[in-house]
Design a protein around this ligand. Structure first.
Ligand code: PLV
Length: 327
């Protein structure tokens, strides 16, 4: 603790569990990569922990991180482990349990603007004004390098490549990290199903337009998928791997959260519900029927990205807001 020279990673190697219920729904073996059990509640600790350790080694004195929540918790957790002060900038309307968790990690919390992009501008100002190091939640090579560890764990657990990999896309950091990891282990032929919710679909919109697109607003409840513009690196990944971009409605993501809670007794954020909806809403089956994915997949890995901005009360409120109270 407090020794920036120490290089044990902050993330843990997560379980890879076959899900009976999701396998039934998909008609093929579904394996869950359980990033929800990471120390800071999501996969984010892989990349952000790595980034923070690197900048600490280079003498960083204060970290600032603009976040939808989970990147901030990963940064605050890393900062505490490294003995460096941290300021986390969240959009206004951030979940109170996230603010409490950040304060519990010893971080200072600032609220700025409506969406992540506003918080990002504020964090950049603070970094410039005060000489702090800005921790980018998704757009930095060290973040991708850290996330790539997830694929090394898959390789160690599975040996043979899965038939497909399902993940959620916000700013595209997880996608970029997974693509880097697939290249590293020689699995670049594994198709990736990249899930977003409508209203936070900046990756899909950019693909449709054939160029980077900035969404006018984030209207989805999956605020953690809400970077208005996806990282350029995420679009470059399209040249390196087979990536199938799919968009689900908020109601599909939220009912996937409820079904996952009942099936696996794990509660995740809407951002993660988007990935689970690939199975529960039948996207995977449709891609197979359309011939875009192999009709007989040996197995499918779903990255259960996790997330802290959720509790039982919030799940009820999300369902009520979407008219899903009876689900
Ligand atoms: N969340 C970022 C960006 O928010 C954050 O600040 O926490 N699943 C979960 C649970 C997440 O928290 C995020 C990103 C993603 C998926 C998407 O990851 P990305 O941005 O690397 O594509 C606005």
């Amino acid at each position: 603790m407090g020794d920036p020279g120490k290089s044990e990673p902050f993330h843990v190697a997560t379980p890879l569990l076959e899900s009976w219920a999701l396998s039934q729904a998909a008609g093929t073996s579904v394996l869950l990569k359980c990033e929800n059990v990471q120390p800071a509640g999501s996969f984010k600790i892989r990349g952000i922990g790595h980034f923070c350790q690197e900048v600490a080694r280079q003498g960083c004195r204060h970290l600032v991180c603009p976040s939808g929540g989970n990147a901030g918790i990963a940064a605050a957790y890393s900062a505490r482990r490294l003995g460096i002060p941290a300021t986390i900038v969240l959009p206004e309307g951030a979940a109170p349990q996230v603010v409490r968790r950040l304060q519990g990690e010893g971080a200072e919390v600032q609220l700025a603007g409506k969406v992540w992009d506003d918080a990002n501008l504020r964090a950049q100002e603070l970094a410039e004004r005060d000489g702090w190091v800005n921790v980018p939640p998704f757009d930095h090579p060290l973040i991708w390098e850290g996330h790539a560890s997830l694929v090394r764990e898959l390789k160690a657990a599975l040996g043979a490549p899965p038939g497909a990999l399902v993940l959620a896309v916000g700013g595209g950091g997880l996608l970029a990290g997974v693509v880097a990891g697939l290249a590293e282990v020689g699995w670049q032929h594994v198709p990736i199903v990249a899930m977003e919710t409508r209203g936070a679909h900046s990756f899909n919109a950019a693909i449709q337009a054939g160029r980077p697109v900035t969404l006018p607003d984030i209207t989805s409840v999956a605020k953690c998928l809400g970077a208005r513009t996806v990282a350029a690196r995420a679009l470059a990944c399209l040249q390196e791997c087979e990536i199938l971009s799919e968009v689900v409605e908020d109601a599909e993501a939220v009912s996937a959260m409820q079904r996952f809670l009942d099936d696996e007794r794990m509660l995740v954020e809407p951002a993660c519900g988007a990935a689970l909806a690939a199975i529960y809403s039948g996207c995977l089956g449709r891609l197979q029927a359309e011939g875009r994915l192999c009709p007989s997949l040996a197995s499918v890995v779903v990255i259960v990205c996790g997330g802290n901005s959720i509790d039982s009360r919030e799940l009820q409120a999300l369902k009520a807001g979407l008219g899903l109270s009876c689900v």
